[in-house]
Design a protein around this ligand. Structure first.
Ligand SMILES: Nc1ncnc2c1ncn2[C@@H]1O[C@H](COP(=O)(O)OP(=O)(O)OP(=O)(O)O)[C@@H](O)[C@H]1O
Ligand SMILES: [Mg+2]
Length: 381
């Protein structure tokens, strides 16, 4: 069991010595880690010695025990303050409790009552702190990042898969990748998985009412990355409606750090819903005039939807300086600037697609394109 670490704050040295003596008799689970003779000193010592409990006198010079308690409550909320006061200070005592002291003990006190007060206060608040941390962990804030383009074939799916892999591996994030290109989704092919359960299985018998149900339709790509595939046949797509996607997002949200969504190229109601709930939209374009023109139109639609440049990020894929359009020219044309540039690496990309093994699955740091994806991931989170 961890020892309860105590900081004693009292301006009279003899009092501190007596308390130390009392506490040192109880060697097993209590340890005095520091002493202070005023409130200012207490605040300086806390970050250095990280006590669990401060035994705090009220009347001290420079900064009294009441003000020190108030500051501890806001600056170091995990530190428990136990006020030590004489009976005559009962008015102050109320104030101290109001300012966040967890308990008080009336001087002069004996060995038993001091130990008991420390132990019960520590147990009570430590359990609450653990529960709170656990609660925060369970309601993690999930980032939804979508890949969208207003022209097909620019690399949304390749970038979605490889981004999801890098986030799950290098950044150690728990990631869900959803293929929302419901008609022609090909994330399954990119990771060499066929005939796996997919989003249609999650919705086919009506209600999606739990994460467990969705989980049973996910493909576990690695310990940190789950994938929800698109249906294998385009005609199945029409059975999937916006409400299904809302349910899926709401039920998976607190289970992952990041949800990556690969979208289709239409602004249909499903895509609009996903774009709305995305913290970031990677608007993918290549460097040809048609793609750039459509990207510009796409950006205008997003502006009209009220999305700002914190949300919409331009990603140039297949960049090659030989293609006749420079980065500067693109930056001039798009006032938000370029968020990420992914190089054109035909051999690596086509090879990885044909093998069904994304190039970021292993040793991607050695590749220029892997490094570029990693840099994009760092900016994304
Ligand atoms: N950085 C790259 N370098 C070279 N080739 C690439 C790169 N990114 C994508 N490609 C090629 O572009 C093609 C289209 O990629 P991908 O399927 O990811 O695009 P998409 O935007 O998802 O297309 P769709 O609109 O059909 O869903 C792939 O076949 C791949 O070979
Ligand atoms: Mg695609």
């Amino acid at each position: 069991m961890d020892k309860i670490k105590i900081l004693i704050a009292d301006d009279i040295k003899e009092t501190r010595d007596v308390i130390k003596k009392i506490l040192s008799l109880q060697k097993e689970n209590i340890e005095v880690v520091g002493e202070a003779d005023n409130g200012e000193e207490v605040l300086k010592l806390i970050p250095k010695i990280k006590p669990d409990v401060v035994l705090m006198d009220i009347n001290m010079p420079i900064l009294n025990g009441l003000e020190a308690t108030e500051r501890i409550t806001t600056e170091y909320p995990y530190v428990m303050v136990i006020i030590m006061s004489v009976q005559a200070e009962s008015e102050y005592l109320k104030k101290a409790m109001f300012h966040g002291a967890k308990e008080y003990i009336i001087k002069p006190f004996n060995y038993d009552s001091l130990i008991e007060t420390i132990e019960t206060t520590y147990q009570k608040y430590k359990t609450r702190q653990i529960n709170r941390v656990e609660g925060i962990r369970q309601t993690r804030t999930t980032k939804i990042i979508s890949f969208f383009s207003s022209k097909g074939g620019v690399g949304k799916s390749v970038l979605s898969v490889n981004t999801a892999l890098v986030l799950s591996k290098a950044e150690n994030k728990k990631v869900l990748l959803i293929d929302l290109d419901l008609q022609f989704g090909d994330i399954g092919m990119l990771v060499n998985q066929y005939n796996q359960k997919n989003i249609f299985n999650a919705v086919e018998d009506g209600q999606i009412d739990s994460y467990e149900k969705i989980k049973s339709c996910l493909y576990e790509c690695n310990g940190n990355l789950d994938i929800l595939f698109a249906p294998p046949k385009p005609e199945t797509a029409e059975y999937i409606v916006k409400e299904n996607i809302e349910n899926i997002i709401n039920l998976t949200k607190n289970q992952y750090d990041v949800i990556i969504v690969d979208t289709g190229i239409n602004f249909n109601d499903i895509t609009l819903y996903i774009l709305d709930v995305s913290e970031k939209i990677c608007l993918v374009s290549t460097l040809d005039i048609i793609a750039l023109k459509n990207t510009k139109l796409g950006l205008e639609v997003m502006e009209s939807l009220g999305y700002d440049n914190q949300k919409v990020k331009l990603v140039i894929n297949r960049f090659n300086s030989k293609y006749g359009i420079s980065k500067n020219e693109v930056e001039d044309a798009f006032k938000n600037g370029i968020f990420a540039v992914i190089p054109d690496e035909e051999k690596i990309v086509i090879n990885s697609i044909n093998k069904g093994e994304p190039f970021c699955n292993n040793n991607y740091q050695k590749l220029k394109i892997g490094k570029a994806i990693e840099m994009m991931c760092q900016s994304l989170i």
